[in-house]
Design a protein around this ligand. Structure first.
Ligand code: F6R
Length: 243
């Protein structure tokens, strides 16, 4: 594992964008695994800025997103498809047909999960997976659980996730109770993983994720077993690293 400390959110975003840019420049037709939430917004802004300067070309890139709420259409401003369109896809020259987000409106959600796993494998797997970290240690929407869920699946969102995500919705009642998420196996099979985490409030869960026991109670702890994990931690002060 490589742990990079960033001084603040902007620094974290720039460092993360640097790693993604290197991937895009060296492997112009690679598969990027992407995340939503507030943490990657600055990273996407930086990528868009470099794209506008002419430094990046996304025309051959494929992307797969980690997750989507059940029941929200792509036109719904709270859907993750809408988020990705606004923050990245519509602002760079990626071919929208090559961008994949689980379909939370599918009539058969189990079939949609199977289709998504199949799609990832047909793309040849994920070259670089960007991840954020939930306050409860979730990655994607893999919530703390008794066992690691391996493949794409439907998840009942935990109360703390519903509360955390309610900031994006008019009221907490509007937060969908279920989501589709890529499973731990699809995430762990990515060739490289880039975890970005910002702010003191996530310091303890980051410490448990990186240095605590590997347990499905802290889903991100599985990342300790990945052979090519980079973590960029912003605004954490001193992150005590156990000897
Ligand atoms: C979103 C996702 C989630 C978020 C996590 C952190 O696609 O996969 O795991 O990364 O909830 O969210 P923020 O960045 O809003 O704190």
């Amino acid at each position: 594992m490589k742990l990079i400390k960033a001084s603040d959110y902007k620094d974290m975003s720039r460092k993360a964008a640097n790693i993604i840019s290197a991937q895009v420049i060296l492997h112009p037709s690679c598969v990027l695994g992407l995340a939503t939430g507030s943490t990657p917004i600055g990273t996407y802004e930086q990528l868009v800025e470099w794209y506008r300067k002419g430094d990046l070309d996304f025309s051959l890139i494929h992307s797969v997103n980690l997750d989507e709420y059940c029941g929200l259409s792509p036109e719904n401003p709270q859907s993750y498809r809408y988020f990705m369109n606004c923050h990245l896809f519509h602002l760079v020259n990626i071919n929208e047909k090559n961008t994949y987000v689980p379909n939370g409106m599918a009539s058969d959600l189990q079939e949609e999960c199977r289709r998504y796993d199949q799609l990832i494998s047909e793309l040849g797997g994920i070259d670089l997976q960007l991840l954020g970290l939930g306050h409860n240690g979730h990655i994607g929407f893999n919530e703390p659980n008794k066992a690691f869920e391996k493949t794409t699946h439907i998840v009942d969102l935990g109360q703390s996730t519903i509360e955390a995500n309610s900031r994006f919705f008019p009221t907490i009642e509007d937060v969908p109770r279920q989501a589709i998420t890529m499973g731990i196996k699809s995430i762990m099979q990515a060739k490289k993983i880039l975890l970005i985490v910002n702010g003191e409030s996530k310091k303890e869960i980051l410490r448990r994720s990186l240095y605590g026991p590997v347990t499905p109670e802290v889903p991100a702890s599985i990342l300790q077993l990945h052979p090519d994990l980079t973590v960029i931690a912003g605004e954490m002060g001193e992150l005590e690293i156990p000897q």
